[in-house]
Design a protein around this ligand. Structure first.
Ligand SMILES: [Zn+2]
Length: 201
């Protein structure tokens, strides 16, 4: 290594990305530096644009363009009577890819962690209740992971929705214990949706 601070800094940043360690970070850096015009320039430009223009919607938690509004809850041309509640955007993408589900999404942005009370307010539960009423939603499908945190979160949501008349169901069979939605294969996900069970209120 040549002790150039910008180089060290970029390698350090790249190695923070999921699945990448220092070795692959160095390889990626070399690929970038050898392709200044084809890679560095457009990536730097796109990153700056994403940083400026893309954020999480404060109503549904999905990604939205700051200039065009939210395609998930605002500009969605389809009218649905279902909302699927997931922990994160990767879960939304997995379910969309499987084509098993036609409806709105609500992205919590995490789970209820018993050690962190502040987090509960960040999970957009109040706006979920508002969406159910505003969009005349008939069914809420809770698609949180089969982990302790995911299941605790499912019960927390169920409790928060008690005051609504909405039907609440939960992904069931086929969901392996400890299974995270984003890591499930399509077959498992489809079976979990088809066999979803009503939450007993
Ligand atoms: Zn939205």
């Amino acid at each position: 290594m040549q002790n150039i601070s910008e180089v060290d800094e970029l390698i350090k940043l790249i190695s923070k990305l999921p699945g990448l360690g220092p070795k692959s970070a160095k390889r990626i850096f070399l690929k970038l530096i050898n392709n200044r015009e084809e890679l560095i320039k457009p990536i730097a430009k796109t990153l700056a644009e994403v940083y400026k223009n893309i954020s999480r919607c404060k109503i549904c938690g999905s990604l939205k363009s700051n200039s065009a509004g939210c395609n998930n809850c605002e500009n969605n041309k389809n009218k649905y009577n279902k909302i699927c509640v997931v922990e994160n955007i990767a879960d939304q993408w997995s379910i969309e890819n499987s084509s098993i589900y036609q409806g709105y999404f609500h992205i919590l942005g995490g789970t209820v962690s018993s050690s962190n009370n502040k987090k509960k307010e960040d999970l957009l539960i109040n706006s979920l209740v508002e969406r159910i009423e505003k969009d005349h939603i008939e069914e809420v499908i809770i698609a949180t992971s089969a982990t302790v945190e995911g299941q605790t979160t499912a019960f927390y949501i169920q409790d928060a929705l008690k005051k609504t008349n909405v039907k609440i169901s939960k992904l069931a069979q086929g969901l392996p214990v400890g299974g995270e939605i984003e890591n499930l294969d399509d077959g498992t996900l489809i079976s979990a949706f088809k066999n979803r069970q009503s939450f007993i209120k």
